[in-house]
Design a protein around this ligand. Structure first.
Ligand code: URA
Length: 197
């Protein structure tokens, strides 16, 4: 796996734009925007839904309970958290952790797409329905729920990223731990696809 522990100017430039963004109403209620974190050159990029209270407080992605589970499961599969880029479709916390609305997703979409272009991961892993819904709309993939498509690998064209792999959101795994073996299998699939280019 390629490894570079710094955010280089391009990803950092995007992060600065996100931190000062006022494109939607979520800017008013945030403590911190959460651009995401990880090396400029990451083979795997994880994309969740939106920051929660813990992430809003510190400005970093997946630092609460579901983040701890995500870290535990990826590291258990042999994927070091510091080797991958982790972000979400929305960069600011929706009030009471409600689902992002269409307008918020539309405003925020250029950021995650710019991050994807800049990082050019081999595999983009979408976590949960909101992230899969966003990328399936953007790249004309089947409109299905994560339960139906998880673990399948979609070849992406005309983007810097080669493969998209949907899986469950770790918050869902906290509620239903029976899904954890599927999530582990999906991490193994992501690693397998790093070698298929
Ligand atoms: N859930 C997400 O989708 N993103 C985060 O950063 C934290 C929790």
């Amino acid at each position: 796996m390629r490894f570079d522990n710094r955010l280089d100017p391009l990803v950092e430039e995007i992060a600065q734009k996100i931190r000062s963004c006022t494109k939607c109403n979520l800017a008013e209620g945030r403590l911190n925007a959460v651009p995401g974190e990880g090396p400029q050159h990451s083979d795997i990029m994880f994309v969740g839904e939106a920051p929660g209270a813990n992430e809003d407080e510190v400005g970093r992605p997946f630092v609460g309970q579901s983040g701890n589970l995500l870290t535990e499961l990826m590291e258990g599969a042999g994927i070091k958290r510091e080797d991958v880029f982790i972000t979400s479709v929305l960069k600011c916390r929706p009030p009471e952790n409600r689902n992002p609305d269409k307008e918020e997703v539309r405003s925020c979409a250029p950021y995650v797409l710019a991050q994807m272009d800049s990082i050019s991961p081999i595999v983009l892993v979408t976590l949960g329905n909101v992230a899969y819904d966003f990328f399936s709309t953007t790249f004309y993939l089947p409109k299905k729920t994560v339960g139906d498509v998880r673990g399948k690998v979609f070849r992406l064209h005309s983007t810097g990223c080669k493969f998209l792999l949907p899986t469950y959101h770790p918050a869902g795994l906290l509620y239903n731990r029976k899904l954890i073996p599927d999530f582990k299998a999906d991490m193994a699939t992501a690693l397998r696809y790093l070698k298929i280019q």
